[in-house]
Write a protein that binds this ligand. Structure first.
Ligand SMILES: Nc1nc2c(c(=O)[nH]1)N[C@H]1C(S)=C(S)[C@@H](COP(=O)(O)OP(=O)(O)OC[C@H]3O[C@@H](n4cnc5c(N)ncnc54)[C@H](O)[C@@H]3O)O[C@H]1N2
Ligand code: MOO
Ligand code: MG
Length: 437
């Protein structure tokens, strides 16, 4: 048996969850960059500002299938007395007109076609009639066209050189459309942070193993790895380790050599085999009080080893060799909440997200059922969210204990129950942290 000497295992100062998250974010700097083909850039984050490489639209463009005209020529047009204009040609999208539109003439034009010189309006086909006069094609325009009508002016949407998206922007399909428009065949994005995942606990079996008495299958590894991937990271699942301090220390060394963030689960409380707590304490515990959001990655230090939150109070974090080590609690519920507060924000920050957007997003909802339990620490209660008559409701889920998993897959959010309270009555307005879909 490995003894953790002395009473220091109980000597832990709880930091508030927001402060703990900021300590982690202060140590998680935007990281490596790489260039990827545009078609692979969805879900990645821009590493540098993108800007418009030309005016958009780049030329005066017809918004309809119709006739390009001089609006002045149609000023008196009515259905009874249409303007009669000689048709001097046609222009399809992708073509350039071979003639200008001079007074008394019109040019047939298709949607997306470049408006010919001289024309300042497009009349839709439905408002025109084609005929022949003296063997020449003419078009009758039955209504006055306003100047600029149905024409997208060059630069009306974007000016050449104007900023499109800032570094850190999460690229969604619409962003890709604009990047394509402006010729970004390759895009500079932040590299996916590499997140090593290591589960500690002698009781843990691989997923494929049959259960033996006293053992359970490792469910945290796969959950944490999936959450990391969902946040834009590349997960490196490193498997399970028994509660052996030397073996875990060696595994951490190896993980630090290949990852940007090392996430462990289990072994952070006060038990005899909670070796992660001892290992974390070993990282310059005397610096704990000095740790601040401005600390650099230069020196190894413990960021915190207790958080004023339930679940997840023993969650710990340290900076080691310039990398973040986040030791999540083994209880699956605590592991899940600890990831949302510390690991996901760190992953987002390393991909250039601003600190405020890296933190969990909060909304306000009406609490459907009373939450009776008071707590010296803030609580995060798994909840379903739904909208009724335009109002967001939080319906707390059963089986929400830290050790329980049943409600994790159903949770849309985490209700934030303030500390020190004796709970909250039904109907209270509560803050809810949104979870990823
Ligand atoms: N005397 C005290 N005991 C406990 C305290 C305390 O303050 N005083 N804190 C409790 C709280 S709160 C939590 S949370 C847990 C934290 O436990 P650890 O982080 O040390 O985790 P373990 O002891 O290794 O395991 C706890 C629990 O979770 C199961 N587990 C662990 N790893 C996995 C995994 N990969 N997949 C699924 N389940 C896992 C493990 O079997 C245990 O049942 O401590 C309380 N105790
Ligand atoms: O703080 Mo422990 O995480 O659930 O019960
Ligand atoms: Mg334990």
């Amino acid at each position: 048996m490995q003894e953790l000497q002395g009473s220091s295992r109980f000597d832990r100062r709880a930091v508030k969850v927001d402060e703990a998250a900021r300590l982690v974010l202060g140590a998680a700097m935007p990281g490596r960059r790489e260039s990827v083909p545009l078609g692979q850039a969805a879900g990645r984050r821009l590493a540098e500002q993108a800007s418009a490489s030309c005016d958009w639209p780049p030329f005066a463009r017809s918004g309809l299938d119709g006739y390009a005209v001089r609006s002045a020529d149609t000023a008196q047009a009515t259905p009874q007395s249409p303007a009669v204009l000689r048709v001097v040609g046609a222009v399809a999208a992708g073509e350039l007109a071979r003639a200008a539109v001079v007074p008394g003439t019109a040019m047939r034009i298709m949607t997306g076609g470049a408006v010919p010189e001289g024309a300042d309006a497009v009349v839709m086909l439905e408002q025109t009639a084609d005929t022949l006069e003296n063997g020449q094609p003419v078009v009758r325009v039955k209504r006055a066209a306003g100047p600029g009508q149905n024409i997208a002016q060059p630069g009306e949407e974007f000016r050449r050189g104007s900023p499109l998206f800032e570094a850190g922007t999460l690229l969604r399909p619409g962003h890709l459309a604009l990047l394509a428009t402006f010729g970004y065949a390759d895009v500079a994005v932040y590299a996916r942070p590499r997140v090593a995942v290591l589960a500690t606990g002698a009781e843990l079996l691989p997923v494929a193993a049959p259960l033996a008495p006293g053992t359970i299958r490792d469910s945290n590894s796969v959950m944490v790895a999936a959450m990391a991937e969902q946040s834009g990271a590349a997960a490196l699942p490193l498997g399970r380790l028994a509660d052996d301090r030397d073996a875990v220390t060696d595994a951490l060394e190896a993980a630090l050599a290949q990852a940007d963030i090392v996430v462990t689960t289990g072994g952070v409380s006060v038990g005899d085999y909670d070796i992660m707590a001892a290992i974390m304490r070993g990282w310059a515990p005397d610096r704990l009080a000095e740790a601040s959001v401005n600390s650099s990655l230069a020196e190894d230090r413990l960021l915190f080893n207790k958080v004023a939150m339930r679940p997840g109070s023993p969650t710990s974090a340290a900076v080691v060799k310039g990398k973040l080590v986040i030791a999540l609690s083994g209880n699956p519920g605590a592991c899940f909440v600890g990831f949302e507060w510390f690991v996901r924000p760190a992953i987002l920050r390393m991909q250039g997200a601003a600190i405020e957007t890296a933190l969990p997003e909060a909304v306000t909802a009406v609490l459907d059922a009373a939450y009776e339990k008071g707590s010296p620490h803030e609580r995060f209660v798994r909840t379903r969210l739904y909208v009724e008559q335009g109002v967001l409701h939080a319906d707390p889920l059963a089986f929400g204990k830290s050790s329980m998993m049943a409600s994790i897959p159903d949770a849309d959010g985490l209700i934030r129950i303030p500390s020190g309270s004796s709970g909250l009555p039904a109907g209270s307005l509560v803050e809810v942290l949104l979870l990823q879909g």
